[in-house]
Write a protein that binds this ligand. Sequence first.
Ligand code: WTA
Length: 660
Amino acid sequence: MSNDDGDGDLEARLVEQEAFEPPAEFVEQANVSEESIYEEFEENWPRSWTRAADLLDWETEYNQVLDESNGPFYEWFADGTLNAAYNCVDRHVENGDKNRVAIKWEGEHGETRTYTYQDLYREVNEFAAALRDLGVEEDDVVTLYMPMVPELPIAMLACARIGAPHSVVFAGFSADALATRMNAADSRYLVTCDGYYRRGDALDHLAKANEGLGGVDHGVDAAVVVDRLGDDGFGHDLKGNQYDWDDLLAAHQGDRVDPVERSAEDMLFLMYTSGTTGQPKGVKHTTGGYLAYTAWTSHAVLDLKPEDTYWCSADIGWITGHSYIVYGPLALGTTTVMYEGTPDYPERDRLWEIVEKYAVDVFYTAPTAIRAFMKWGGEFPERHDLSSLRLLGTVGEPINPRAWKWYYKHIGDESCPIVDTWWQTETGGMMVTTLPGVGTMKPGSAGPPLPGIDARVVDTTGEEVDAGRAGYLTVNKPWPGMLRTLYNNDERFLEEYWEEYSDADADEWVYFPEDGAKIDDDGYITILGRVDDVLNVSGHRLGTMEIESAIVGVEGVAEAAVVGGDHEVKGEAVYAYVILEDGYEGTAEMRDQIVAGVEDAIGPIARPEQVIFTPELPKTRSGKIMRRLLEEIANGEELGDTTTLRNPDIVGEIQSKVQK
Ligand code: WTA
């Protein structure tokens, strides 16, 4: 990568530096600053987790912290009861903070909406009343297919209030993806939106939602549509069972709904994520453990205070937005910022303009974004006063030291600690990262496991590897934010996460996140990336199988293999190797059809960077596609051993077709 930040100074001073200490001013004010916390958690485990649960208001206090009797179906705080919406909204109103801002929303055009905790309380109640009126009962799954509008967190909290789990489907996903998820969750209710803005253009989201609804096998009882676009809308008439959000709120003006008392182990939400098969996995999170865990990590890692203005630039359609735009920050009574649009609209300083405008204290984003900022250059953040920032965070993929240092200097002015947080949809919240008020930071390494988290780096037999050696990440003890199962599929839950390293007979359960990692002498863990067939494109998790089945669904395609190739900004990009049926040719039109097929089945995020037509795929003698080889070809790397191939001659031919 070239040194395009034009800052020789940075090169000279930071490039060699491998460890950074948090500034004294930060440590002084940090929520957690004692190193002893690690020991404390270990000594009192699992009782130490009351520290997380104590951040919440319980309707019934729990007696037992952890029930291990049915591992790996662990239960946390199981005999306690609470309501997540009560914890994120009502209690702040009751505690005298009704006028504090809960959500600051900024639309792509620069319009803003501000919700105080009182405003949130009112709308959450009214929408909860509306949902009930539409027939939603406790434990019904409500699908939310919405862009970044304030109505999305409001709908999530309204669901939580009445004990109806939500299943948020990322707005960038296709109609097919929506239908698949609604079918899998047996969800009969949808909340969606007429559209939203992307780089100045209005997008017709409702057309996609309607198409998706057409694919819901069991039919849909009711759909609610938020009017985001007003006069820019696409003029869809609402159908018989479709309701306008504003009309519903007007009809329920002033209504109040008592928060439903939920058992800690009751489902709060479902979130579908990609796995190694074509079928997405419905990750189940619960009310008590998840909320305690996201509140605790927001407190200890993001260092959030109620008076902070905090901004996570993720989309609520992913787990990061659930945990660290909505539940964690609101449980703590913080002000959380939401932005509708893209970082480069109307200009490449948009995010920094927002940081300055709202005097953001804590900012959390993804390495892919940082790499883009770095590419655009330091002049964009320099246009703005970013001195309000106190702490920076990243999540979603490994961050290379160069990008880390750029972020540290150009955004944090060398005075903000950075937390590089490793976690997953399944873990509910952060697992491996430094505590910003305690630990030394090492660019490129996420850090030690958080207090109470028993993460290790092991070899294939489960033995811990020596410092410096690569191995596999495992988590050897349960934690409150962990997924409880895959929706309606305990068997797949066991298979996907627990089979590899557990000893079921000895009742020893080891969680396998399917990431490679290494560990250093100080116990710092560096994540090396997925070891399964899951890609990480711009921080988004995509299953190669899902993309392959979309491609094979295109007329004329016989077989496809998808791998990830290195990409300067996206981290990984989709490379699709495609074999056509006889009579079809690898033309530009064919390529376009394949790209369209992927967009239809999944969404534009999965769009192939390159489609490479080939008469054959490199296969082992036993007929397995050699993906490693295809990756090396995509990356223009020297090829590893090809002698075990059944068809070694094909390699050169494929190589010549990849554009570099
Ligand atoms: C990757 C996103 C390196 C990892 C919260 C994990 C990371 C997958 C980091 C989960 C990080 C996430 N450093 N890799 N700080 N954070 N990952 O479910 O491969 O969308 O397994 O959750 O992202 O992606 P998911």
